[in-house]
Design a protein around this ligand. Structure first.
Ligand code: ATP
Length: 240
């Protein structure tokens, strides 16, 4: 855990609002007609906050996360993340936003199977033109205990190891916002616990704002704030 470069803790900026969404809507067209997935979400998250998001399957948790990541566009309402108005940005600007501001960890790891662990972690830095991409990637992999697996391909790694590679990739550029969607959903309890300890350790170290979707109430409780979604809306917010 000591190999990533030390940074000044960013908790100083804690009062700043990192995420602000008002009356957020997300509709998609399906064969059966229009589906209202998000139906007026209001949310404000301070920089440095850790927020657990729970709610039944289909309540819109992943859809909200995709909007916050700039991977989908809201169909109504306002959405500002780290000072960027995501409703007004073109695809190129959104790509830069994702690269510089957001780290994402998915349930299914989403590593590139034809790339080694170190290549997977270095990719976002290489896209950003960083000449030290591989050195930083190596440090990040060491920080999640994978210094001995640098040149393994995802198929040669266990599920827990793959998720640790994904964590290293998500944190390597020290994003302000970490979005995690059921990151332990494919792991056994013990391995999942280790991955979560790493995730919370890294976010604490870098002062990263965290939104964590989980079906596990105990995991959500590790976050200082919990939101509950139902039917495309936030129906409970422990901060309110
Ligand atoms: N592109 C799409 N086209 C049609 N329906 C969609 C699309 N994306 C999501 N949905 C629907 O929107 C609803 C919300 O999906 P979402 O994945 O956000 O829920 P969730 O709360 O994350 O669920 P889970 O806990 O099962 O992952 C679901 O009913 C889903 O089927």
């Amino acid at each position: 855990m000591d190999a990533l470069p030390q940074t000044t803790p960013t908790h100083a900026g804690r009062d700043a609002t990192l995420i602000l969404a008002t009356d957020l809507h997300f509709k998609v067209r399906a064969q059966s007609g229009e589906i209202n997935i998000l139906r007026g979400v209001d949310i404000a998250v301070a920089a440095g906050e850790a927020v657990g998001i729970v709610g039944p399957s289909g309540s819109g948790k992943t859809s909200l996360l995709m909007l916050l990541a700039g991977l989908d566009r809201p169909t109504g309402g306002t959405l500002t993340v780290a000072g960027h108005d995501l409703t007004r940005m073109d695809e190129d600007a959104l790509a830069v936003f994702r690269r510089e501001t957001v780290g994402i960890v998915f349930q299914a790891f989403h590593l590139v199977p034809t790339m080694t662990a170190i290549e997977n972690v270095a990719v976002p830095l290489e896209f950003a033109g960083r000449s030290d991409a591989f050195d930083r990637a190596e440090e990040a992999l060491k920080s999640v205990g994978l210094g001995h697996r640098l040149t393994h391909y995802p198929g040669q790694l266990s599920g827990g190891e793959q998720q640790r590679v994904a964590l290293a990739r998500a944190f390597v550029a020290q994003p302000r916002l970490l979005l995690a969607d059921e990151p332990t959903g494919n792991l056994d309890r013990g391995t999942g616990g280790q991955v979560m300890d790493l995730l919370f350790g890294l976010r604490e170290r870098f002062g990263t704002t965290l939104l964590l979707i989980t079906h596990d109430p105990m995991l959500a409780e590790r976050c200082e704030r919990q939101l509950r979604m139902e039917d495309g809306r936030i129906v409970a917010d422990s901060a309110r």
